[in-house]
Ligand binder design. Structure first.
Ligand SMILES: [Zn+2]
Ligand SMILES: [Zn+2]
Length: 467
């Protein structure tokens, strides 16, 4: 018997020595399919050996077995694999040994069912007495033969849903219990890292579906030139979802739930110095064209702090201060508060509505995010250059592009002839309006009003012309 396995090893060596690089289609596909079937059949055979090892029991007396909590852990150690992989193999071994899914071994051997399908079936099939009963029953609508037929015709993901439906039908009480267990297991923890926050969460299948739908809706459709990956857009959408709830007071407590959601403390001198440095386009650090070049932020100022004392970088401070309610607190020598004042730097009421009516959606080229996903940016920052909170100085930006404008230090100005906003990189490169709409530009034709590439960037004074 073991000689046969030796011969298999020799055969594998022979196959590996074939001139695979020279094999053309359709032979490559045929070979690939045949080898996958062989792998599935071999997976079953090794699972049966694993079943023998467990039944024999001597594994527990080996040094590795004595150090393992259970058979799965022993298998993982022995094969230097993962616990989840060992669990998968052990599950298949037990299912086949007990013949809990009659016909499974044969289906794997004759290639009708893959190991992946078998894994779904062993994981979701014989999970409760009622389901084990159904699998071996003669009822052709509920037994193992029925599920194996489905495995032969469906892809793995569809098959998993089919088995879940079957499980719910056969033993709905277990699903009820499963849901309760899942409900008890729900969790969400936020771990603060040096550079951000890491989330770890678990939720019920139903909540997961709602969460997925909401996140997808908030993420929206990416614009044609959005360079972010799907995962990056979903990550940003998490923050947007939080802002959406807070901005609209959807989870309002007694305080009404409106701003401020975030409190930032900074000295006026530090704020002005940082915002000034960001807007100073006369001395950008050298960087690749189009890439963000970092301005020189003067050292020595106390950083702005979140309520928990976390310092925030200058560009984030500028963005947060952009559409914010600002309180002035004057401290005396012993930190006693001498004076408190408030000034409106927040676009509210008629002014906000006027900006939204004019811009309609995010004004960044090629972005059409609706107003509820954004805020109003001061084209000339109020903390420097005397930018006022006025309709002329306000521009509607989605949260993502508002962050981009500040973190890439973009230059914005009004193109009065075309009645639209123009965006320029810090080095003066215009950001193009793509697509086929009325805003589109022919390629290779710089938009009117742009400065020449590589020339002197526009001085801050030219950032905005009053309408
Ligand atoms: Zn802003
Ligand atoms: Zn946008």
């Amino acid at each position: 018997m073991l000689a046969a396995i030796d011969r298999l090893g020799a055969l594998v060596t022979e196959i590996a020595g074939l001139p695979i690089d020279e094999i053309v289609e359709p032979q490559a596909t045929l070979a690939h399919t045949a080898l996958r079937r062989a792998q599935d059949a071999l997976g079953l055979i090794s699972a049966r050996f694993l079943g023998r090892i467990e039944a024999d029991g001597r594994w527990a007396t080996t040094p590795m077995g004595r150090g393992a909590r259970d058979f799965e852990e022993y298998v993982a150690k022995e094969s230097r694999g993962t616990r989840s992989g060992a669990k998968r193999q052990t599950r298949l071994a037990r299912t086949v040994t007990d013949d809990a899914v009659p016909g499974l071994a044969q289906a794997l051997t004759d290639g009708g069912v893959s190991l992946e399908h078998a894994d779904v079936l062993t994981r979701l099939g014989p999970t409760t007495p009622a389901r084990r009963e159904a699998l071996i029953s003669p009822d052709p609508a509920l037994n193992a033969g029925h599920l194996l037929d489905k495995a032969r015709e469906l892809g793995v993901d569809e098959f998993a849903k089919e088995v879940k439906r079957w499980a719910a039908k056969v033993d709905p009480t277990a699903d009820e219990k499963g849901h309760r267990t899942a409900t008890e297991r729900v969790t969400c923890t936020m771990a603060t890292r040096d550079d951000g926050v890491a989330l770890n969460a678990f939720m019920t299948a139903v909540d997961g579906a709602a969460f997925d739908a909401a996140l997808t809706a908030v993420a929206g459709v990416p614009s044609v030139d959005d360079p972010r990956s799907h995962a990056q857009r979903m990550g940003a959408a998490l923050g947007d979802m939080a802002r959406l709830v807070l901005d609209h007071g959807l989870a309002a407590g007694r305080s009404g739930g409106f701003r401020p959601h975030l409190t930032v403390q900074v000295s006026l001198e530090s704020l002005v110095a940082q915002v000034n440095a960001l807007a100073d386009t006369t001395r950008p650090e050298r960087g690749a064209r189009g890439a963000a070049a970092y301005p020189v932020i003067p050292a020595g100022w106390d950083a702005a702090l979140l309520a928990d004392g976390t310092p925030i970088p200058a560009s984030v401070l500028a963005r947060l201060a952009c559409d914010a309610e600002v309180s002035r607190v004057v401290f005396g020598p012993d930190s006693q508060v001498l004076d408190v004042g408030r000034s409106e730097r927040l676009y509210t009421g008629a002014m906000r509505r006027a900006v939204i009516a004019r811009d309609r959606h995010c004004a960044y080229p090629n972005c059409e995010r609706p107003p509820k996903f954004g805020e109003i940016h001061h084209v000339r920052h109020w903390a420097a250059h005397g930018g006022e909170t006025s309709v002329e100085n306000g521009i509607l930006l989605c949260w993502h592009h508002h962050a981009q404008v500040h973190s890439r230090y973009l230059i914005i100005r009004r193109d009065h002839a075309r009645a639209r906003w123009e965006f320029l990189e810090r080095d003066g490169t215009p950001i193009r309006h793509l697509g086929s709409g009325p805003d589109a530009e022919p390629k290779g034709d710089p938009p009117s009003g742009s400065c020449d590439h590589g020339g002197t960037p526009p001085a801050p004074d030219t950032l905005f012309g009053a309408a």
